[in-house]
Design a protein around this ligand. Structure first.
Ligand SMILES: [Zn+2]
Length: 119
């Protein structure tokens, strides 16, 4: 699928929550936020699936390749978290924060990058 975003994204947020670990198969996800109304799927909308975990907001992925696309409750939420790897190469987000650091795993090391940490 392909999508376009017609908005200035918020600074980068690394999410370390348990759901993002499962989705990513690693330490978590890298996200920027935009108004949901600014997200437009231009191709392959029928491939997109959204599920609602027991905790947190709905997550959206591609049913063919498994790419983790959106969080934050798309398409019904006011704002959407876009997984940064789905944006075009060369996209340079503004530095932001590490969030859900209370869920950092014993096998995970937070980088010493000077970003704000939120519990
Ligand atoms: Zn998360």
């Amino acid at each position: 699928m392909r999508f376009e975003v017609d908005a200035e994204p918020s600074p980068l947020r690394f999410c370390h929550c348990t759901t993002c670990k499962r989705l990513s198969g690693g330490a978590g996800t890298a996200n920027v936020g935009v108004p949901t109304a600014a997200v437009r799927i231009v191709d392959g909308e029928e491939l997109v699936r959204t599920f609602q975990p027991e905790e947190g907001t709905a997550k959206t992925f591609c049913s063919v390749c498994g790419t983790n696309l959106f969080g934050g409750g798309w398409p019904t939420s006011e704002r959407t978290s876009i997984r940064v790897p789905t944006l075009e190469q060369g996209f340079e987000p503004k530095p932001g924060a590490h969030v859900y650091v209370r869920s950092v795993a014993a096998w995970e090391t937070l980088p010493d990058d000077g970003l704000e940490r939120k519990v």
